[in-house]
Design a protein around this ligand. Sequence first.
Ligand SMILES: Nc1ncnc2c1ncn2[C@@H]1O[C@H](COP(=O)(O)OP(=O)(O)OP(=O)(O)O)[C@@H](O)[C@H]1O
Length: 273
Amino acid sequence: MDMHRFPIAPGEALLRADAITLDYRSGAATVRALENVSFEVHRGDRLVLLGPSGCGKSTLLKAIAGFIKPCAGSLTLDGQPIVGPGPDRFVVFQEFDQLPPWKSVLGNVMFPLLAGGVSRAEARTRALHWINKVGLSPFADAFPHTLSGGMKARVAIARALAMQPAILLMDEPFAALDALTRRSMQEELQTLWEEARFTMLFVTHSIEEALVVGNRIVLLSPHPGRLRAQLNSHQFDLGSAGSAPFQAASQRIHRLLFGDDALAVQAPEAVHA
Ligand SMILES: Nc1ncnc2c1ncn2[C@@H]1O[C@H](COP(=O)(O)OP(=O)(O)OP(=O)(O)O)[C@@H](O)[C@H]1O
């Protein structure tokens, strides 16, 4: 596969979630985290799962990663059922302590490649390529504890992209960062996407972040998590944040999640902001 670009066949669904229902069971208690959730991710999409705390965003991402199994419905990637974790999906979490502290930046980025059977020489070349892409070449030999939160986020992104997954799964990756760093990470992610056009599923509970990062947004309502609406948001980026259309879209989403609209509409609807 080309190291620099992820292949895209526009319009073709890469990931399908079809009528996903997922219960957590502990002892006699059952918590329904997701109910009848369906959506598609197309190649090259930056699809955002957005909703309030407890709506099942992380649960859905973990099911797509193959860590947990839905009790009903189907998840397919490239037409194949998802039955467990695989190298075609890579998760970036919020906790950047996911970087082993005894490995340098280069070692951290090479690690999953080596574990996946890539030769040392190839792993090093690929790792250095993506470390350079996220602007960390001068820090290739640095250890995680010497890096800022933003730099650790960039290492995590480089590590994920070096694996060339079919879909990059990001679970609130910037939530622990200060506002300025978070903003610059959103911008860097956008720049990386413009260069490499990878497919991404991004979880957040920030409406603004969803509008900036995503080209499409899937809204979930909580308890249990249900599909609330789907919106197109490709027209927005950091440059348009704060503009009148951006504010209007943001308010519309807020009403769908928390306002009267949230109560009025029972069935999922397609909404174009
Ligand atoms: N391991 C678990 N055992 C039991 N219930 C769980 C477990 N993990 C999550 N839940 C419940 O499932 C529901 C969805 O949780 P989930 O973490 O997926 O939501 P979320 O939208 O990602 O929330 P947040 O934004 O706060 O992380 C919640 O009611 C939560 O309490």
